[in-house]
Write a protein that binds this ligand. Sequence first.
Ligand code: FES
Ligand code: FES
Length: 159
Amino acid sequence: MSISLSIEINGKKQTSKVNANVLLVDFLRDALKLTGTHIGCDTAQCGACTIHINGKAIKSCNILAAQADGTKITTIEGLTTDDKDMHPMQQAFKNHHGLQCGFCTPGMIMSALQIIKNDNDPSDASIREGLEGNLCRCTGYHNIVEAIKAGAKAMQNKG
Ligand code: FES
Ligand code: FES
């Protein structure tokens, strides 16, 4: 069964037809070509598919596209308005070598922004706790924590 889906995605309103059983992550990647959101497990364990719905970090493999009707979604592609400037958190991951293969990185960054939203000067322990739902197969957690601390400071300085 096909349903009509109306969402705001990265600041743009979008209306689409989608089958009722399509996962949100598949809709984002296949229909909207927003392939920055990754699929690492499909069982809500790895966090590679993390996006923001109405400002809250959510694993997009864990909900149906139909459930997102009427929401505002931000994906990794929506963090910057042009291709030139990175978001301060993206820049911090780059500066602090917070990525190796990069597969987990979009999800890590979307979760990092949720952590900063809850506490704009998080401790190492609270960052690690906030990343419990995000797995890095390259095990680069130390640099990821450093990157998030630096990103938090950069975001504070930017105001
Ligand atoms: S693909 Fe969604 S949590 Fe792994
Ligand atoms: S950088 Fe490779 S999975 Fe995290």
